[in-house]
Ligand binder design. Structure first.
Ligand SMILES: NC(=O)c1ccc[n+]([C@@H]2O[C@H](COP(=O)([O-])OP(=O)(O)OC[C@H]3O[C@@H](n4cnc5c(N)ncnc54)[C@H](O)[C@@H]3O)[C@@H](O)[C@H]2O)c1
Length: 253
């Protein structure tokens, strides 16, 4: 039977790539996002895609959206918690507490709220699966990115806890930890770093890649393939894990 899949914050970026992969594999896919225009564009591109605006920092939005997604899909087999704000870049003592709370609200609390509402339905699935988008920063920390790294490390603990709590229901939970992902976002990061350091963008690129065994950025399609594998029957023995997909990054840069 076709998988019923809910993906948060998936109108663009990595989430949209994951939605494409599940749609192409014949799954019924429901995506949420704060950006209604991007949701409409995604729906045009992927006929049959189910969409709903949801601000993951708002509990009321989530409480309206998850039940609507379950109803539209007619159940739920796979939950992909993709939503995540990158947050401010500054040393800890200069982080604005409001910005700290904004990251926690989306990355941690939003993920908790989506997941708690999805669990009763996942328990009815023959093979429920939860994926949580963590980050290399959640494993190693990133300088000047404390809210993001703390939230992403917390999500690893959440995935491990879910795996233990839900194993009796044949629900698996895993965290994925991407490193530097190719695309517009990384090019903006490199341009920003070059501006601060006075180095060229290519020099910044080289130093970012220097910490990796494989000298390239992660292809978002590979993250989508990992999600497909982990939630498929082939991944049925994998739960409670954090799976890096980072070209073997040996530390954070
Ligand atoms: N891009 C990377 O290099 C990278 C690396 C490691 C981990 N990640 C993680 O992967 C996930 C996806 O990353 P991305 O780069 O595709 O993200 P992105 O910045 O491209 O954003 C994806 C989507 O999130 C939506 N969004 C923003 N605020 C929202 C909110 N309050 N509620 C709902 N939706 C909201 C945006 O409209 C956008 O469509 C995130 O959790 C991110 O932390 C990304």
């Amino acid at each position: 039977m076709a998988q019923k899949v809910l993906i948060t914050a998936a109108a663009s970026g990595i989430g949209r790539e994951i939605a494409r992969a599940f749609s192409s594999a014949g799954a019924a896919v429901f995506i949420t996002d704060i950006n209604t225009q991007a949701l409409d564009t995604a729906q045009k591109e992927m006929p049959g895609l189910l969409i709903k605006m949801c601000d993951n920092s708002k509990r009321s939005d989530i409480e309206a959206t998850v039940p609507a997604a379950i109803e539209a899909l007619g159940g739920l087999d796979v939950l992909i918690n993709n939503a995540g704000l990158s947050g401010p870049t500054a040393p800890v003592e200069q982080i604005d507490p409001d910005q700290w709370e904004a990251v926690m609200a989306i990355d941690l609390t939003g993920t908790f709220n989506v997941t708690r509402l999805a669990i009763p339905q996942l328990k009815k699935s023959a093979a429920g699966s939860i994926i949580i988008m963590s980050s290399l920063g959640g494993r190693f920390g990133y300088p000047n990115r404390s809210p993001y790294c703390v939230a992403k490390a917390g999500l690893i603990a959440f995935a491990k806890t879910l795996a233990i709590e839900l194993g009796d229901y044949n629900i698996r939970a895993n965290a994925i930890a991407p490193g530097a992902v190719g695309g517009e976002r990384i090019e903006n990061v490199l341009a920003g770093r070059a501006k601060v350091s006075g180095k060229s963008v290519d020099q910044e690129r080289a130093s970012m890649l220097a910490i990796q065994s494989l000298k390239r950025f992660v292809d978002p399609k590979d993250i989508a393939s990992l999600c497909l594998f982990l939630t498929s029957d082939a991944g049925k023995s994998i739960s409670g894990q954090v799976i890096p997909i980072d070209n073997d990054a040996l530390k954070a840069s």
